[in-house]
Design a protein around this ligand. Sequence first.
Ligand code: NAP
Length: 286
Amino acid sequence: MTRNEENAAVTAGGNGTTVVVTGASGRTGSRVARAAGEAGFTVRAASRARGFDWGDASTWERTLRGADAAYLMYPTDIGDPAAAEGIGALAREAVKLGVRRLVLLSARGEDQALPAEEALKGSGADWTVVRASWFAQNFSEGPLVEGIAHGELVFPAGEVREPFVDVRDIADVVTAVLADGDRYTGRTLRLTGPRLLTWREAVAEIAAETGRAITYTPVPAPAYGEALTGFGVPAGEAALLVEVFETLLDGRNAHLTEDVREVLGRAPRDFSAFVREAAAAGAWGN
Ligand SMILES: NC(=O)c1ccc[n+]([C@@H]2O[C@H](COP(=O)([O-])OP(=O)(O)OC[C@H]3O[C@@H](n4cnc5c(N)ncnc54)[C@H](OP(=O)(O)O)[C@@H]3O)[C@@H](O)[C@H]2O)c1
């Protein structure tokens, strides 16, 4: 299926409406901005470099005013205790300014994310929550890349299985929701990839594709947290990640959903395809 065919389901809805995309320089936001632009939306990219700061409410109005919809992602982690307050306040401001359709990126199986979801729902917006599994792109963009590039991924995931989802599928789903919002208003979509893999199997796929020796070393979450603080991650952020990993990685997410197929009318992208493309793009220095 070509990219254009993949997007056929979403091209109908752009109609020049303006969508604010938060985290537009990040993993999901950059893809949402691209997919929404291809679907005909006018995209207003939002990040600190563009004058939007989640931590400074005085920057929100100029980002939101005149827009019709927004993709909301909370930096660091949606389970951050500050996320509920920030998302609730921004969503209420958006509704006040007439930005009614709000799509929030949340995390599947993360209990700590529920207050932020509730804050969105209580804002009066036409809301949709997109609960994503672990991103495939965690292996190619972000904190896991360095370990893989050095030949050993140390991570507190034991031998649990996860249906890694490609962030491009998240972007396509978000764009489809923006395009056909009434259909998905008040819905919580749970996005997975098409296959369950352990972290060990995921690393083995990357090793096979790159032809390099890469191992996976599972560690307890608290030891991982200590390593993070050793690398300079603020103690509070590391503690939250330890808490999240200890619950999220207990096997609760080891099952697939059909929501990507329901929204896009096609299967989610497979992890192997992601690995091939990321390796070809030089994600792991090969
Ligand atoms: N990783 C996963 O597997 C996974 C799975 C499910 C859900 N999630 C959720 O995904 C979210 C992260 O999304 P992502 O991976 O797409 O982001 P990301 O790649 O980590 O990028 C973070 C984005 O947020 C922006 N940002 C950082 N601080 C900001 C601030 N104070 N104000 C405004 N913008 C700020 C950054 O841009 P600037 O630095 O330019 O401002 C950047 O665009 C988290 O809420 C996480 O819980 C992650």
